[in-house]
Design a protein around this ligand. Structure first.
Ligand code: ADP
Length: 273
């Protein structure tokens, strides 16, 4: 039998309506979301959550109404980056996201569990179900953009999000190591197999610029972002150098204070509505 997950689902008779087999989930009565953009990486630790947050911050600065859905259920880092510990409310019918200092709406399992370092020891289908509930049961309100921070890899949750949410497309994050490049290629191919448009590639940790002498060092090997983008014929959004100030702000919950031009010219063309 093929290893392809969506072929197997078709084989199980669960998925016959579309090429990916699953109908997109409708928006609930408490949400009107114009654009949904997922952020993916092949490998963990390449800076996917940081890039998701910077993307959200840039769009917020541009005057858009922005939300962030943390689909990295077992490794959630968005609440910490935005300095949020709780703030999710419920009216009995829906959950209302927590709101950051600058007004970004954030929903993460870490905002619902008792302690931020409590582990989530759940099997894949429960985790994927939770991500779907962050779409069906959360009152996002009117949003111009919802950014979805996917867990790394090509497992259950990325598959569920690509199948179930009406995505405009995907931003893919990599870093210069050959290992990260090899694994991000899998994420790109998965999206292409599922007909999800790839809106662009970000190369994170592309270099380190010495704050003292200004010399640029390639700590993880030579930058390859442009080459991968050309190979897969996807847009190259840009590179983000290693910046100790960024990790400091992430740790302090103040990522909204970080200034970056990375997404200045990034405008996804079509909306889902
Ligand atoms: P992922 O979501 O891919 O696991 P994160 O975005 O959580 O990765 O980043 C992992 C760690 O690396 C975080 O502590 C973050 O602050 C730090 N980090 C990410 N990108 C950069 C960067 N460009 N410069 C400095 N630190 C970074």
């Amino acid at each position: 039998m093929s290893d392809c997950a969506y072929e197997n689902e078709s084989n199980n008779g669960q998925a016959n309506e579309t090429k990916t087999g699953i109908e997109k989930l409708a928006q609930n009565n408490f949400s009107s979301i114009k654009n949904v953009i997922a952020v993916a990486s092949g490998k963990g630790g390449v800076g996917k959550s940081s890039v998701t947050s910077l993307l959200a911050c840039e769009f917020k600065r541009k005057g858009q109404i922005v939300g962030v859905l943390d689909a990295d259920i077992t490794g959630p880092s968005l609440p910490k980056m935005f300095g949020l510990k709780s703030g999710v409310r419920s009216n009995g019918s829906a959950l209302f996201p927590s709101i950051s200092d600058n007004g970004i709406r954030v929903m993460s399992l870490n905002l619902l569990t008792g302690k931020e370092d409590d582990p989530v020891i759940w099997r894949g289908p429960i985790i994927a179900g939770t991500v779907k509930q962050f779409w069906t049961d959360v009152a996002w309100g009117d949003l111009d953009y919802l950014f979805v921070d996917l867990p790394p890899g090509t497992g259950d949750v990325p598959l569920t999000v690509m199948q179930s949410l009406p995505l405009n497309g995907l931003v893919v994050v990599s870093s210069p190591q050959d290992l990260a490049v090899m694994i991000v290629s899998k994420a790109i191919k998965m999206a292409q197999m599922m007909n999800i448009p790839i809106l662009g590639l970000v190369e994170n940790m592309s270099s380190f610029i010495c704050p003292h002498c200004g010399e640029e060092f390639s700590l993880f090997g030579h930058a390859q972002g442009k080459e991968i983008a050309e190979k897969f014929q996807i847009p190259f959004i840009g590179s983000l150098p290693i910046d100790p100030h960024l990790s400091e702000l992430c740790d302090q919950g103040k990522i909204e204070e970080y200034q970056s031009n990375l997404f200045h010219d990034f405008i996804p063309e079509k909306s889902i509505q």
